[in-house]
Design a protein around this ligand. Sequence first.
Ligand SMILES: Cc1ncc(COP(=O)(O)O)c(C=O)c1O
Length: 421
Amino acid sequence: MTNTALWKRREKALGPTYTHFYDQPINIVKGEGVWLYDEKGNKYLDCYNNVVSVGHCNPRVVKALSDQAAILNTHTRYLHENVVALAEKLSSKFPEKLDTCIFVCTGTEANDLALQMSKAITGNEGVIVSDAAYHGNSMIMGAMDQRREDFGGANWLETFEPPNTYRNPEGTAESFADAAQAAITRLEDNGMGLAATMLDLSFDSNGILIAPDGYASLVVKKTHAAGGLVICDEVQAGYCRLGDHWWGFEKYGIMPDIVTLGKPMGAGHPVAAVVTTREIASKFAQIDSYFNTFGGNPVSAAVAKAVIDEIDDRELLKNVTDVGAYLKEGLDKIADKYDFVGSIQGSGLFWGLDLVKDATTKEPMSDSQLSQITTMIKDEGVLMGSTGRFDNILKIRPPLVFSKENADQALAAIEKVFSTL
Ligand SMILES: Cc1ncc(COP(=O)(O)O)c(C=O)c1O
């Protein structure tokens, strides 16, 4: 069957809600490590998929999954070794205070539960989040994605400007944190106390940003002073993605009250978690109990534990730090050559190139130009994406097993495409 026939069948069966990358979508039939293969055997270097943290079809993860699936899959209402072993292992990656894990299936569910906890514990309803952040696809999380205007106008929600030092070079840790404070004040003026500040410290949807030193701790201080909790959404920033540390909040030297996890946790299998303090979990348990049919089932738990073991045994945190620094050096050289690369921000194996029409005005390239660029890079055998408020950020976010040789190939593809623009 040709791709066109499959595409037509998909449109007929799945309807128009589904989108796809590339005007001519590719049909990916196999994955291995950092590689994806289409039905014709074409090989692509995957610089997009963070979900497959330890690589596509990682043998250890596949074995953990199939071994457990062949024995038993139930839920957390029975005792089972796997979920306990996973919680112990996962907690060992966090500061001692964050010692309690609750398992769910998606990042959206994790964030939803974190908000339920924050509202129940503080007795407040208000939430603040950065403009154009993305924290999930449910009704509540959708309201927090300002790009989904249908859901806008929630009176419990206020947004603040993200700390983008390229687009707002006058901005400082203090002034950006003041923007968060102003959002808290607006909530309070509307009679809403603050339940939570939700932070994605990779600032992915904001354009992949590096906040000025001291910014995150100021936001934490202001949140606590207003009686709210700090939720760090580590769905993107966590699992070594930013290098040097397991978690984005460690990079910024802060201590959140609740952490949410997702995507990379199961290397492709749907498993996610809320990690919090025993005090918060206990207070929440007095108000409500929580059960998730699939969250923490023995198969998911086996998978998630295999992912952590693989990261540890292959020293992938070090790999992210080293290869990330190497990749950044190469990106800097490219940026020096092309005026339309306005800035490069990011960390570890997560980089964003802010592409502009004019370096002086910083007018963003259009999303259609970005789509052309990612298509041309794909035609060079490398997969990348785009993100940011204007969709003008070229996004590079490969699996954690990415090597320097892979980085060379990615850089060569960018260079080749940029030289033709
Ligand atoms: C920062 C962040 N939080 C939450 C989510 C939602 O995760 P899921 O799609 O697993 O519900 C995403 C998904 O892209 C995300 O990037």
